[in-house]
Design a protein around this ligand. Structure first.
Ligand SMILES: [Zn+2]
Length: 455
């Protein structure tokens, strides 16, 4: 009898954020992803609660990709005693260098703002972690390459490209004879920039994401839709604001706008990328061009048509710009960052348009705007919403449920058990039902903190 192996869901169970899955063989403990919780306050508060396991007892972390809801808890883990290695592909490592430092900086700034404006119940307010904490965590990174297994104790891990963002992959963990496949955030078969996900490898247990587990992307002509919005807005003398995730979507938007201009489907308006982090991520797109569809030349050309605003002063000057233009700025769900300054100015004028280009988690400002709220609170003030608000789901970097099912059709044998994660309650449960109907698979939606034994 081989010893039991367990899998524990420490996040992304019945919610889209905080991805953390612990595999324990009794000898080796591996955490697959180490993400921050985002969105509703009760979720964000989980970032401050200690893990139910001593971080010093975790041997290694493996990252599916760099987005903060998969990597952003690493500095806390290290601060609390984790001494192992963090395995990631080279592009994931490069992106984490940008994202984790920025997350530390934002948290320092936020704590500072609260202390200065006495907007805190905790005196003094402390950041969850600092830039320095992020830098210490980054020293633990070790590179793994797609398709090349790495051994960790009595386990073996392998990643395979899954088309979501630069460096992203599904992760197969072999643990004492059991094979567990984590889909990671699954990309799309026809993404603007990324190659389609590689077919899934065989496994005994599958952990699959379900962000769009109950929804299909609108497959209308993407280019026409975007071209119409931008042209109509410009005709009225308005500006189009695209709140965008700094890593992934911002680069896809740059490329889309470049194509639209080339085909003369939109007027030759200035395009601004106002996010230092997105600018750095765009540079990585050029560097890692083998990982995506664009050639080095296309990357250079698409990127050279954009004005980059790096400093605060440039950003402020841009926010006073009266001429019609296109502004891409982070964060993608308008929860923070420079996009808020643009939103405050642009949302009150009906000549302008705001285009959300990805998933909007419930409870975020982006979700409220997309749901048609008439006023929006930013930095403590309320602003009436007069601008046109668009949600172009089909620009998402996440597969919809048909695309996930199609991907899963490629799996060599049915898994013994499937765990549906990384989706809100309704999306996850709806996807569980679809797996049963379509494939007859045993599937469940695990609870937060639940442990299962893998026979
Ligand atoms: Zn992601």
């Amino acid at each position: 009898m081989s010893k039991p192996v367990s899998l524990r869901f420490l996040g992304a169970a019945n919610t889209v954020t905080g991805s953390r899955y612990l595999i324990d063989t009794g000898h080796t403990r591996i955490l697959v992803d180490c993400g921050l919780f985002q969105g509703y306050k009760y979720l964000r508060e989980r970032n401050w609660k200690p893990l139910p396991i001593d971080p010093a007892k975790i041997d290694a972390v493996v990252l599916t990709h760099a987005h903060l809801d998969h990597s952003g808890y690493l500095p806390v883990l290290v601060q609390q005693g984790f001494e192992g290695k963090v395995y990631a592909t080279p592009a994931t490592h490069d992106l984490c260098e940008i994202l984790l430092r920025d997350a530390g900086k934002l948290q320092e700034e936020e704590a500072d703002f609260r202390n200065r404006h006495q907007k805190t119940r905790h005196a003094p307010a402390k950041p969850l972690y600092t830039v320095r904490d992020a830098e210490i965590a980054l020293k633990r990174f070790r590179t793994i390459h797609f398709g090349k297994p790495a051994t960790i104790g009595d386990c073996e891990i392998t990643t395979h490209p899954n088309g979501h963002i630069l460096g992203s992959g599904s992760v197969l963990v072999k643990a004492r004879g059991r094979e567990i496949l984590f889909s990671g955030d699954l990309g799309r078969p026809h993404d603007l920039i990324m190659y389609p996900p590689e077919p899934p490898v065989g496994c005994d247990y599958l952990v699959v994401e379900s962000t769009y587990g109950d929804r299909l992307h609108d497959h209308h002509d993407l280019e026409s839709n975007m071209a119409d919005i931008i042209s109509d807005t410009a005709r009225q003398g308005g500006t189009t604001l695209i709140p965008s995730f700094a890593v992934g979507r911002a680069q896809a938007m740059i490329y889309l706008l470049y194509k639209l201009k080339q085909k003369k489907r939109i007027p030759n308006l200035p395009v601004y990328l106002d996010s230092p982090m997105a600018i750095s991520a765009t540079e990585l797109l050029v560097q890692h061009h083998a990982l995506h569809r664009l050639s080095k030349e296309e990357c250079h050309e698409a990127c050279s048509q954009v004005h980059y605003t790096r400093t605060r002063e440039e950003s402020i000057a841009l926010s006073q710009q009266q001429m019609p233009c296109i502004i891409i700025s982070a964060s993608g769900m308008a929860t923070g960052g420079r996009v808020l300054h643009h939103l405050k100015r642009l949302v009150v004028d009906d000549r302008n348009s705001v285009v959300f280009a990805g998933y909007q988690a419930p409870g975020t400002r982006g979700a409220r705007l997309v749901n048609g709220e008439q006023t929006i609170r930013i930095h403590g003030d309320d602003f009436p919403v007069h601008a046109k608000i668009h949600s172009l789901d089909f620009l998402s970097a996440h597969a919809d449920y048909e695309e996930i099912l199609k991907w899963l059709e490629g799996i060599p044998v049915a898994p013994k058990q499937t765990f549906v994660t990384h989706g809100d309650e309704e999306a996850a449960d709806s996807f569980r039902c679809k797996l049963k109907q379509r494939f007859g698979w045993r599937a469940c939606v695990p609870d937060h903190g639940e442990t299962v034994t893998l026979d």
